[in-house]
Design a protein around this ligand. Structure first.
Ligand SMILES: NC(=O)c1ccc[n+]([C@@H]2O[C@H](COP(=O)([O-])OP(=O)(O)OC[C@H]3O[C@@H](n4cnc5c(N)ncnc54)[C@H](O)[C@@H]3O)[C@@H](O)[C@H]2O)c1
Length: 407
């Protein structure tokens, strides 16, 4: 069946817009990117020229009756605000992670989408990538027996205030919900959710660690003085109990060193899965290893059963500039949402999952304050696996996303 392509607009033509536009213009039949906007017109102009789409204002995107789905790649503290604008304009919304920097704002958008019969979803979608779908299949096929414990950690070196390359001038940057916990937590929670389904209870600790830090850049006007923190959490240790009975652990720390140390290990009754960085889709050192009971010394590197692995990280981006995550498939959940619109089914990365992630992070923060274990109210359905064995051209991999009619 030939489905009418879903017209897509993008708001926020900064760093990560590159990989979204690269993915969405790479030949998927179900999406047609119309244009992109930014508060800084030079940025949207550059992206529009590179990808052969229209430079638009945000108002033009929201008023365009043909655009059905809008991608929000603004900064984390703008997600709630811009997603609300998209939904109020009567369009389906997909935002970068997290869905919002406050649970209240995210929940309000969830309710707004429901009341309008629209979809709202958020990144990360790396769980749809080759490594994570392969891990999912191994678990579903019983290769590690009954999964018992999932250990996940992200040690990343960027301090309490910074999201990547330094303190952003926006006054919200570095405040609660804009630091490593909400910035990176979703990568880990989404891959664990893909493997085990929703979290039932969460508790833990979180804090802003700023002790003893000083400005180390000799050119900085405050060199040597104490580092000013906006108070957002920079270290989190979460305990998770999944509905399926698996116990999980989430460690996020912004005081790591380079290189970043990501880990996801799954221990089961019959084996161990050693999994790659959840910030990636798979391949190029991001592999899946299986250790089976009875042969503890040998970890097999498991060939991927699914498409959508990362492309060569050393191959230059189309822009010729360094672009973050340029070799990834970020945006395939937008493709899935486009199919969901046409098929009238739920997207894999739907509002329940987006809100679930924020609710878990909020629960861990709350637990730190009230010493309680928190029941998680959102109960998203575990997303359907992509169809295995579909490698190759984009259109072949595309059919693995739209597996609803595959026999
Ligand atoms: N940079 C990365 O490596 C990376 C990787 C993965 C995910 N992300 C996530 O992507 C999001 C964006 O990050 P980024 O690094 O691309 O940020 P960025 O600052 O480079 O880009 C954000 C852009 O949004 C624009 N913007 C803000 N409000 C707007 C509005 N109302 N209308 C139009 N444009 C608006 C800003 O002008 C800015 O150009 C964040 O949530 C971030 O966590 C970033």
């Amino acid at each position: 069946m030939n489905l009418k392509p879903v017209k897509v607009g993008l708001i926020g033509s900064g760093n990560i817009s590159y990989t979204y536009l690269n993915t969405l213009t790479s030949g998927f039949k179900i999406v047609e990117v119309v244009g992109c906007s930014d508060l800084v017109p030079e940025k949207s102009k550059a992206r529009a020229e590179l990808f052969g789409i229209r430079q638009m204002s945000t108002e033009e995107i929201l008023a365009d009756p043909e655009i059905e789905l809008v991608v929000n790649t603004t900064e984390l503290w703008n997600h709630n605000k811009v997603t609300k604008m998209i939904l109020e304009a009567g369009k389906n919304a997909y935002s970068e992670k997290a869905m919002g920097h406050t649970l209240e704002g995210a929940r309000a958008n969830y309710e707004l989408a429901k009341s309008k019969g629209l979809f709202v979803g958020s990144a990360p979608d790396c769980y749809m990538g080759a490594a994570w779908q392969t891990a999912r299949k191994l678990i579903d096929d019983g290769m590690i027996g009954i999964p018992l414990v999932a250990y996940s950690q992200c040690m990343r070196g960027y301090g309490a205030n910074e999201q990547g390359g330094g303190k952003h001038p926006d006054p919200l940057a570095g405040t609660h919900g804009t630091t490593i916990t909400y910035d990176m937590g979703g990568y880990y929670l989404n891959v664990l959710f893909n493997l085990f389904g929703p979290v039932k209870r969460a508790s833990g600790f979180s804090k802003n660690f700023n002790g003893g830090r000083t400005y180390v850049n000799t050119q900085h006007p405050d060199y040597g003085k104490p580092f000013k923190s906006e108070g957002g959490e920079s270290i989190m240790l979460g305990s998770l109990e999944f509905e399926s009975g698996v116990y999980g652990c989430l460690v996020l720390c912004a005081e790591g060193f380079n290189p970043e140390v990501p880990r996801v290990d799954i221990y089961g009754t019959e084996g161990i899965l050693t999994l790659p960085d959840p910030n990636n889709f798979g391949g190029w050192m991001n592999n899946v290893y299986l250790t089976r009971k009875g042969n503890p010394g040998e970890a097999f590197k498991v060939p991927f059963t699914h498409g959508f692995s990362d492309t060569d990280p050393d191959a230059p981006a189309r822009s010729g500039n360094p672009e973050p995550c340029h070799n990834s498939w970020r945006g395939i959940a937008v493709v899935d949402m486009a199919y969901a619109i046409r098929r009238k089914r739920e997207p894999r990365s739907n509002g329940d999952l987006a809100l679930h992630t924020v609710e878990i992070l909020n629960a861990i923060d709350s637990s730190n304050v009230d010493n309680q274990v928190h029941e998680i109210k959102t109960k998203p359905a575990r997303p359907e696996m992509l169809t295995p064995g579909r490698y190759g051209q984009v259109t072949v991999m595309e059919s693995s996303i739209d597996n609803i009619n595959v026999s």
